[in-house]
Design a protein around this ligand. Structure first.
Ligand code: COA
Ligand code: AMP
Length: 682
């Protein structure tokens, strides 16, 4: 990786200072509060999201210094969580530096999300379900949700599910998905939610790895005007998977019936609501803080997905994050416009809002086209949303369809106090646009996240600096984030110098603890590159304010519309084509999705077919799923390679994106690059 870069200039880092943001913060009422919740205090101008340096420095050092950090997290654990057995020790660190938080504590996530709120919140909405595609909405109170969860937990038990067994979910955005997750948590079963945009073959890979006793699914998902039957994919995936046959619980959706979806139930299938009706009311099981809560698959460098495993100690960090990062009071309304198939959906549609006694908006639809670019603002008005969370891609889509943000003027969004973005690098122009259109009382806060972290790692902006476009600010408590030189492994402190993002061990509560079934891969992927650190797989740099800029992945993952996709997996899929001996898949900049994958492929000499590009696109759709958004495949005569046969993907990517590139001295045949330039019409 290059050393001093002119990236500061190249990426047009914009430093803006808002006079409103220079206001002083109220003094903290608790040592563990970073952002003070402000109820509808618009005069505050969003400064509650921007602490002063001393307050921030004190809090972060407490959360990191050995001795103090244990006290820091222990006091949060005792204050925020109802324990069956309160922990006597905060942290146990293994010789390799990995963590076990609150090892002697026992608790239950579902009890903390539901039962404990009953005395004060039984009739408050726990979930406000809003389906723009199904055209319906309904509220589920805490009492109703607890009833469904405790009975569904009994239903799972009757299907043989016990503590430690896996339950796989392949669900559209419906409240029943949250019911199933919480029911697993209630009995100590490990849920594994797979995003509905993955095809049967990718689903089968996850079924093989997780070996679930039960799969919970629905008969269909709704994608804009299309109704997508799920059962063919489920049944194909079960046939393909190398694991014992699971029982399948199927939610029969009225929306599917109305759109002509029919499905003949098999012997292994059960109806979702019959499972609830016949389920015994089941009490929460006390679980160790280090018992697994769930696995979630994310892209690795090979085609094999990584099953990130998280334990029940996660509850502590999630609960804390609601007041301290998102500045929400208990009982307020949070709208995370993600999907339960992604980590943001796990953390901020299901667990964290419920831990905090909030109402969580569960949205089935898209930011645009369902029906239009006003839908987010309509939801904010209707449910009086206090904070929202979305991806920069969604904001770009809204801006494309409503360039002047006229829709924000048609709706009363005065309840909203902040708009958080994450999932991919936010381009400064989009952030600046929405800051201007939403006004100073609704700051747009970029924060950095990963599936592995389970909660944001970076996202603090000082009151005297404000927003710096393209940066997600400073590390949050618990994260000692450093930029390291990948060759020398030394720390980089100079601004504008690109390096690898690494986090000093131990990691805070809620961070992944290992990879399911594969601790060796966990150590190799994350802990070996920089001994004593977690390697985040991102490259980035500091600016003059010490703010962190996450620039790109250091592995072969790309971020397509905020979804992490492995180009390695896409290449393996393209190479399934019998006439394609070689290919390269690279991420090409896209004004809407940030990056989209493009495949370049070489065809074997004897093949005369003219439809290979279409075949490639169909292969990816069929094997990986539509979520990969691969719409372009181009045939080339040859791919540029080094003399040792390594494909020069970085050169191809730079050509495709119109960036300057340098050919390495080891290139086998420099003239091949001309064919690439021609392929991209450059
Ligand atoms: N089930 C089945 N198919 C799905 C699916 C699901 N759950 N989710 C997505 N797909 C399909 C889509 O229908 C689309 O198929 P198509 O190629 O046939 O049109 C494809 O996967 C790509 O989907 P998507 O990335 O949603 O693209 P889009 O063109 O339909 O919509 C945006 C564009 C910008 C509106 C959309 O990408 C978006 O909302 N992005 C924000 C994502 C987000 O919030 N991420 C949060 C991560 S924290
Ligand atoms: P995922 O695990 O799918 O959530 O993807 C995580 C990856 O998305 C990170 O490793 C980053 O590459 C990218 N990412 C997430 N949030 C941000 C952000 N705020 N700024 C830049 N990149 C981000």
């Amino acid at each position: 990786m290059s050393t001093t870069l002119t990236l500061l200039a190249k990426h047009r880092i914009l430093t803006r200072s808002h006079s409103l943001l220079a206001h002083r913060l109220c003094p903290a009422t608790s040592s563990a509060t970073l952002h003070q919740p402000v109820r509808n205090n618009h005069a505050a101008g969003g400064q509650n999201f921007r602490p002063e340096r001393t307050e921030y420095a004190n809090l972060v050092s407490k959360s990191l210094l050995p001795g103090e950090r244990e006290e820091f997290w222990m006091s949060i654990a005792n204050r925020e969580i109802t324990w069956t057995t309160p922990p006597s020790t905060a942290l146990s660190i293994s010789p390799s530096g990995t963590h076990n938080w609150f090892p002697s504590g026992t608790l239950n996530m579902s009890q903390n999300c539901l039962d404990r709120h009953l005395p004060s919140r039984s009739s408050q909405a726990a979930i406000a379900y809003h389906s723009s595609v199904g055209g319906n909405s309904r509220s589920i109170t805490y009492e109703e949700l607890l009833n469904d969860v405790s009975k569904f937990a009994g239903g799972l038990r009757s299907l043989g599910v016990e503590k430690g067994d896996r339950v796989l979910l392949y669900m559209p955005m419906v409240p029943e998905a949250a019911v199933a997750m919480l029911a697993c948590a209630r009995i100590g079963a490990v849920h594994s939610v797979v995003f509905g945009g993955f095809a049967a073959k990718e689903l089968a890979v996850r079924i093989t790895d997780a070996s679930p006793k039960v799969i919970v699914t629905a008969d269909c998902g709704l994608e804009r005007a299309r109704c997508i039957p799920y059962m063919p994919a489920i049944n194909e995936a079960i046939d393909l998977a190398d694991s014992p046959e699971p029982s399948v619980v199927v939610l029969r959706r009225p929306e599917g019936k109305a759109r002509g979806v029919s499905y003949e139930m098999k012997e292994r299938d059960r109806c979702f609501y019959e499972t609830i009706e016949n389920g015994e009311v089941t009490a929460p099981v006390p679980l160790s803080a280090n018992d697994p809560l769930y696995t979630i698959y994310t892209s690795g460098t090979t085609g094999d997905p990584k099953g990130v495993l998280r334990d029940n100690a996660h509850a502590v960090h999630l609960k804390y994050s609601m007041s301290s990062y998102y500045s929400l009071e208990e009982g307020e309304t949070f709208f995370a416009a993600s999907d339960i198939g992604w980590v943001v959906g796990h953390s901020y549609i299901v667990y964290a809002p419920l831990l905090h006694g909030c109402t969580s908006v569960l949205f089935e639809g898209k930011p645009v086209g369902t029906p239009d670019a006003a839908e987010y603002w309509r939801i904010i008005e209707r449910y009086k949303v206090n904070a929202m969370f979305t991806a920069p891609t969604a904001l770009r889509a809204i801006r494309r369809d409503d360039p002047e943000s006229d829709h924000t003027k048609d709706h009363d969004i005065s309840s909203l106090r902040a708009c958080f973005v994450a999932g991919e690098r936010a381009d400064p122009d989009t952030i600046r646009h929405f800051e201007e259109k939403l006004g100073p009382s609704i700051p747009v806060v970029d924060h950095w996240w990963q599936t592995e972290s389970g909660s944001p790692m970076c996202g603090v902006q000082f009151s005297d600096v404000g927003t710096v476009g393209g940066s997600c600010g400073l590390p949050l408590p618990g994260f000692d984030i450093q930029i390291l030189n990948p060759e020398t492994k030394e720390r980089i402190t100079a601004p504008g110098v690109l390096g690898s993002i690494a986090i000093k061990l131990p990691l805070p509560p809620g961070f992944m603890t290992t990879l399911y079934n594969n601790n060796e891969r966990y150590k190799k992927s994350y802990l070996e590159t920089f001994p004593g650190y977690y390697d985040a797989g991102d490259a980035g740099m500091l600016d003059k304010n010490g703010y962190i800029h996450i620039m790109e992945r250091t592995d072969d993952a790309i971020n397509v519309a905020g979804h992490r996709i492995s180009t390695g997996l896409l290449e393996e899929t393209v190479l399934r084509h019998p006439n394609i001996p070689e290919c390269a898949v690279i991420g090409v900049n896209d004004s809407l999705k940030g990056v989209v994958p493009v495949a370049l492929f070489v065809v074997s000499g004897n093949c005369k077919s003219t439809s290979i590009a279409d075949d490639v696109i169909n292969l990816v759709r069929e094997h990986v799923g539509p979520v990969a958004s691969m719409k372009t495949a181009i045939e080339v005569q040859a791919l540029p390679k080094t003399r040792s046969g390594k494909i020069l993907r970085q050169v191809i990517r730079k050509v495709a994106n119109g960036e300057e590139y340098k050919l390495p001295g080891t290139i086998e045949d420099a003239s091949v690059v001309d064919g690439i330039i021609e392929a991209f019409g450059k």
